[in-house]
Design a protein around this ligand. Sequence first.
Ligand code: FDP
Length: 338
Amino acid sequence: MDHEADAHRTDLMTITRHVLNEQTKYPESRGDFTILLSHIVLGCKFVCSSVSKAGLAKLFGLAGETNIQGEEQKKLDVLSNEVFVKALISSGRTCILVSEENEEAIFVDPSKRGRYIVVFDPLDGSSNIDCGVSIGTIFGIYLVKDEENPTIDDVLQAGKNLVAAGYCMYGSACTLVLSTGSGVNGFTLDPSLGEFILTHPNIKIPKKGKIYSVNEGNAKNWDEPTTKFVEKCKFPTDGSPPRSLRYIGSMVADVHRTLLYGGIFLYPADKKSPNGKLRLLYEVFPMSYLMEQAGGQAFTGKQRALDLVPGKIHERSPVFLGSYDDVEEIKTLYAAAN
Ligand code: FDP
């Protein structure tokens, strides 16, 4: 990238302009998606600003705590959820919302209803909030079958039916990564403009990586293929150098690094959690969709992750995602074990 040229760039590709350009490929499009996305972007900007001043604003801490004025303080993830739910409903383009923070799906009132379903985790990586480590928002977007009559079955769709997915990472920069089904693009928030600008066009994950990312504290409960894979990462037998381990413990941050640098992110099943930890609808599916769109793969230990059909909205699934060749390796190990 030419940084000097960048500094003088005057033709700014904002996320809205980018999505409008994409829409011109679909003459039947009515601009609904652009409107929906602008509301998601608003939620991301709000969370970004709250995260960066959380210490100052005394937003850290437990929900239900009261501050010195006797007002109830909202935990950052509770607040983020409220902002996203309200922004999505007020877009007038959604009919069902599924949030990590709400036990039940939210059915939007008919007067404000649109044709999109949004599944999201408003603030993922919550154990990292209080120490200032990168956290993020993850979202996936489906289309409803019958706008007049949305049902829970419209949400329980295979990940391959997603029409768009993305995440926003609140880190050293605020970065929004999006796919609408024709590749993956990354946008960085320019705080002086308040706009997400295209900084990472057409992201492609390296075919093979040098990094593995997993919570090794769970190793004693892993199954054989996962154990063998990690053993091979540390003690390769083919003459290649050992791989580096990186694990932040925030899915957005770990996946973002994997997307840019290559490698593999694993959250496997284990004896204690036979379905792993991560949630299918708003963690595994959106990230798997982005990985495939960037040229990588996502596998559950049994099948392609995006082929799964959830039975319930908060269902969990094991996942192995990242560089094509790295996921291929774990697939071979699972195939040999069955
Ligand atoms: P967290 O529990 O901090 O909210 O699903 C949530 C998640 O974080 C992911 O963001 C992260 O990848 C994973 O859980 C970390 O789990 P472990 O602490 O078990 O490694």
